[in-house]
Design a protein around this ligand. Structure first.
Ligand code: FE2
Length: 272
């Protein structure tokens, strides 16, 4: 981190409003929730009622917290080898994997039950109308997959984008617990090529799509786990799957843009 300059941008508040039609057909103005973090940057933040995370938090604590907080399992978060692990049982499972040897675990929904917990959270946020404005779509925004991103160290920046250009997909990230003061936040490249830091705060989420280079801010080993909730979501148009499918390698259970579970979906086979 010594070699980069971090700038701190004030959050832009658009103050703009969108119109909805009330049952009596009169138009009502609804405050916009999404604030673009800077002009020409494909990223937005919004706040939400913290109680909406309750179901997700209790799922994490039921299925994963004990295993990951057990000192005997410290190797799972230490990096240096590929981790693959099933958590939970029966119809309530998460699948934990690292990407290569990096010391970061991605716990993805691994069945319909756990998927729906993440999906309910998204629907409860009340941002779907605004996300529809960001992606090419037919009717609705589809949640493809939900994750917990868990770590306690990040030694090196790993710059990447989550999507290819014109994927019509977005990543939502929000902390499940307050971050430790030593935990890393998010560093991204602005449209001017300079680097900025986004600070994760409880009850606030960041939503970003293609053309958004970013990395976890490096941080030293900490006692407390850093736990983020992450969703991939976006278009319901299957024609975008070819560009979007980079997300397919991130989990075993995934919903396709058509809404069907990958592997149990024949829409691609039957599309012209
Ligand atoms: Fe990312």
């Amino acid at each position: 981190m010594d070699s980069i300059t971090l700038l701190f941008l004030p959050q832009l508040s658009s103050g703009a409003r969108i119109r909805e039609v009330a049952p009596d057909r009169s138009e009502i103005e609804v405050p916009r929730k999404l604030d673009q973090i800077a002009p020409d940057v494909n990223a937005y933040t919004f706040t939400f009622d913290g109680s909406l995370l309750g179901e997700i938090r209790s799922m994490y604590e039921r299925l994963a917290a004990e295993t990951l907080n057990d000192p005997e399992n410290a190797h799972l978060l230490a990096g240096g080898r590929k981790v693959e692990l099933e958590l939970g049982s029966g119809e309530e499972r998460l699948y934990a994997t690292s990407f290569g040897e990096a010391p970061l675990l991605w716990l993805s929904n691994d069945d319909d039950h756990t998927y729906r917990v993440f999906e309910r959270f998204f629907r409860s946020l009340g941002i779907e109308d605004e996300v529809r404005e960001l992606v090419d779509h037919d009717e609705r925004i589809v949640v493809y997959c939900g994750f917990f991103v868990v770590g306690n160290v990040s030694e090196q920046a790993k710059w990447h984008v989550d999507y290819q250009d014109r994927a019509n997909g977005y990543t939502l990230l929000t902390p499940l617990y307050d971050l430790d003061e030593k935990h890393g936040h998010l560093v991204y490249e602005g449209a001017n090529g300079k680097l900025y830091r986004y600070r994760y705060d409880l009850n606030e989420a960041i939503l970003f799509g293609d053309g958004f280079p970013h990395t976890t801010e490096p941080y030293p080993k900490t006692e407390a786990l850093r736990v983020l909730v992450s969703l991939t979501l976006g278009t319901d148009r299957l024609e975008h799957w070819e560009v979007l499918q980079t997300i397919a390698s991130q989990s075993r259970y995934l919903r396709m843009p058509c809404g069907h579970q990958r592997g149990a979906c024949v829409c691609l086979d039957s599309s012209p």
